[in-house]
Design a protein around this ligand. Structure first.
Ligand SMILES: *Cc1c(COP(=O)(O)O)cnc(C)c1O
Length: 361
């Protein structure tokens, strides 16, 4: 068996030990005589899985007791409407910082339901930086302020959160959840599709402060109301059972094999530094993001020559470094180096880039 190094922005690599455990438990989960895919979501066995996943997430992320954890469907994209329908409920206003395609889509969706103000944007420079904001730029009477914490396509991240005063901060953490510790108490709501850093696609995690639940707009469909899922421990209807089970295994890996999020951050910094240091010293390859806003998870880079970029992508793919082509709006390459990408994968990629550089001077 030979496994590739998958640099995809998502779905992305899962830890090998997680895949092996899932394989070993496939036919007979803990003596139940069935796979997790086959069992009732109302069974005692499954209840222990979903409760276990929640308990682990709370422990690993240090989630305060006044926050609910929800396991939902519809991907990160459904949250673009759901956040607005549920939270734009007092003054029907929300402030957005547009740092990439995902934040832009979220703002556009929210604008269907209320008054959306774009407080700042970095679109002028192809989203290659995080725009500076201060408290005065946000409306005092906005129901929430919205950011996309890690910009998957452009490779930027908020190293420091914007000061929004008393306006609750909502953040899309789809591509940075579990990559480093995060102070949940600074947010009103956090959400993440699982398929970047936490598990397979199909489940979306929402972490919401309890006082923000229960005031959804009247037009909100039952399934898009956070209260529906909060009141039913994410079992109002059939949840994405298998995806939640894999998330539980990933959380066990983060806790027991890695040693928690402080340790995860250390490993991610070490991996990212290897690649960024090379990009900074290379005469051929260049990172596309300003140094102070660089993501630990997604690293876009270019040669400055589209033909050479294409040649690199082709040769990299043939050598087992797959899904390294950049997003069409940036061009070039993007290496997504999420939690499950081993250090050795980045080391080998850098070696490959050095060789390519020498051959293409
Ligand atoms: C991938 C991604 C999304 C979209 O997620 P889906 O689950 O495909 O809807 C949203 N936001 C960010 C930051 C992402 O990386």
């Amino acid at each position: 068996m030979s496994r590739v190094y998958n640099f995809s922005a998502g779905p992305s690599m899962l830890p090998e030990s997680v895949l092996k455990k899932a394989a070993a438990e496939m036919l007979d989960y803990e003596g139940s005589g069935q796979s997790v895919m086959e069992m009732s979501h109302r069974s005692k066995t499954y209840d222990a899985i979903i409760k276990g996943a929640e308990a682990l997430l709370r422990e690993v992320m240090n989630i305060p007791d006044n926050y609910k954890v929800l396991f939902l469907q519809g991907g990160g994209s459904t949250q673009f409407a759901m956040t607005a329908l549920n939270l734009m409920n007092k003054n029907n206003k929300a402030d957005y910082i547009v740092t990439g395609q995902w934040a832009k889509k979220a703002a556009k969706e929210a604008a269907r339901y209320g008054d959306v103000k774009i407080v700042a944007s970095s679109e002028d420079k192809t989203f290659s930086y995080i725009p500076k904001t201060d408290k005065s730029m946000f409306r005092d009477d906005a129901d929430y302020a919205y950011i996309c914490m890690n910009n998957t396509i452009y490779g930027t991240v908020y190293h420091q959160l914007p000061d929004t005063g008393d306006v609750p901060l909502v953040a899309d953490i789809s591509s940075c959840i579990l990559s480093e510790p995060i102070d949940v108490s600074k947010f009103g709501l956090l959400f993440a599709g699982a398929q970047k850093n936490m598990g397979p696609s199909g489940v979306t995690i929402v972490i919401i402060r309890e006082d923000l639940i229960g005031n959804a707009m009247d037009i909100t469909p039952t399934m898009l109301n956070y209260k529906t899922h909060a009141d039913n421990d994410s079992l109002f209807n059939t949840p994405p059972c298998y995806a939640i089970y894999i998330c539980k295994l990933v959380l066990e890996w983060v806790k027991n094999e890695i040693g928690g999020l402080d340790k995860m951050k250390e490993l991610n910094e070490k991996k990212a530094k290897l690649l960024y240091d090379f990009l900074d010293s290379s005469e051929l390859f260049k990172g596309t993001v300003v140094a102070e806003d660089r993501s630990l998870m997604n690293v876009p880079f270019v040669t400055g020559n589209a033909d050479l970029d294409a040649k690199f992508v082709k040769e990299a793919t043939e050598s087992g470094f797959v899904n390294i082509k950049g997003h069409r709006t940036v061009g070039g390459m993007r290496a997504s180096i999420y939690n499950a990408m081993p250090y050795e994968g980045v080391e080998k990629l850098v070696e490959f880039m050095k060789k390519f550089e020498a051959e293409n001077k």
